[in-house]
Design a protein around this ligand. Structure first.
Ligand code: NAP
Length: 311
């Protein structure tokens, strides 16, 4: 049976940074990429806020560079997905596609979170070309432009307010006639003159009349059924994220939203030897750089754990 000191699930900034550190620590980590190899940055175009890239870097290029960097130090990175995890005793048993089972002394969980999407074909096609799930990442490109934000929670309002720094008009489209967001966020958003609200409505299509860029959205009023077209340059989908934690239900402590709970500001989980890094344990910051930082922490925590438990 394949035996490892460090097994890393996920190949976004958290997983690959953990891989760089663990590999440089001679821990010979095995990284399983997961269904969305490279993570959420594969859905973006230019990343301008990752330090060290003066002129920015394309999201997929950044992930490719991280992958090659980890491999240079001996990380083994394989395609595929983990199908079952047994954390009931150490070494942990990790089951993968094709009936492969790996035993590992430590596990770094960097499976990320997936932005919820509306589920439209046009949304998928224009992702990174006017459709975004991250205002912090892409807001800058909308200076002097008009954007639409979908959602009625804290994320939608936060993204909407952030976007008013650049956009001339932010239209918030919500499927009900009252917001889910906290009162304080609502008060701020209602006071912001650049934000307009469209209630009881959803985006039923993203329209790109030319150039493969967003030019408008089609709206549907859910009460009257009426459809209309709103011109805009960008659509931000902010209807929540789902942490990818299904495999750990009942095995690790999670918060009510399903994020893995980590201890004392570090990456330790409720099971000794299992560590969590990146968006799977962070619904607040959710940035590539914070995910990378916590991936580094997880590798160091795993190394300390191995040192303390070596016989
Ligand atoms: P959320 O609270 O789950 O809100 C999601 C919003 O999207 C809801 O308004 C929901 O509508 C709407 N929605 C969901 N699916 C939809 C669909 N298919 N089509 C159209 N609309 C849809 O998610 P979140 O805003 O990302 O917040 C997640 C957690 O993080 C919350 O606990 C939040 O308080 C926290 N958070 C806090 C801050 C802050 O304090 N600064 C910032 C961001 C997030 P309904 O209301 O009709 O369900």
């Amino acid at each position: 049976m394949d035996q490892r000191k460090v097994f890393i699930m996920g190949s976004g900034p958290a997983g690959l940074t953990a891989a760089v550190y663990a590999a440089r620590g001679n821990l010979n980590p095995l990284v399983v990429e997961g269904h969305e190899a490279g993570g959420q940055l594969m859905l973006t175009t230019m990343v301008e806020n990752f330090p060290g890239f003066r002129d920015g870097i394309m999201g997929p290029q950044l992930m490719d560079d991280m992958r090659e960097q980890a491999k240079r130090f001996g990380a083994e990175i394989i395609q595929g997905a983990v199908t079952k995890v047994d954390l009931s005793g150490r070494p942990f048993n990790i089951h993968m596609d094709e009936n492969r089972v790996v035993q590992t002394d430590t596990l770094i969980i960097a499976t990320g979170a997936s932005a919820r999407l509306l589920g439209l074909e046009s949304e998928r096609k224009l992702m990174g070309h006017g459709v975004s799930t991250c205002a912090t990442c892409d807001g800058f490109f909308y200076r002097g432009k008009e954007v639409v934000v979908v959602g009625g929670g804290d994320s939608a309002l936060e993204e909407g307010m952030f976007l008013t720094k650049y956009a001339t008009r932010v239209t918030l489209v919500h499927r009900r006639d009252s917001l889910r967001a906290s009162k304080v966020m609502q008060d701020r958003a209602f006071k912001n003159e650049k934000i307009k609200f469209i209630w009881d409505s959803t985006v039923s299509e993203v329209l790109d009349v030319k150039d493969g860029e967003v030019k408008a959205v089609q709206l549907k009023n859910l009460k009257s059924g009426e459809e209309s077209v709103l011109n805009c340059d960008g659509l931000f989908v902010a209807i929540g994220h789902d942490p990818n934690t299904a495999l750990f239900k009942g095995q690790l402590e999670m918060d009510p939203a399903g994020y893995i709970v980590t201890r004392n500001g570090g990456t330790r989980t409720s099971v000794e030897g299992a560590f969590a890094a990146g968006d799977v344990q962070d619904h607040v910051y959710r940035q590539a750089i914070t995910a990378a930082g916590s991936g580094c922490m997880a590798a160091i925590d795993a190394e300390h754990f191995l040192n303390a438990h070596s016989s």
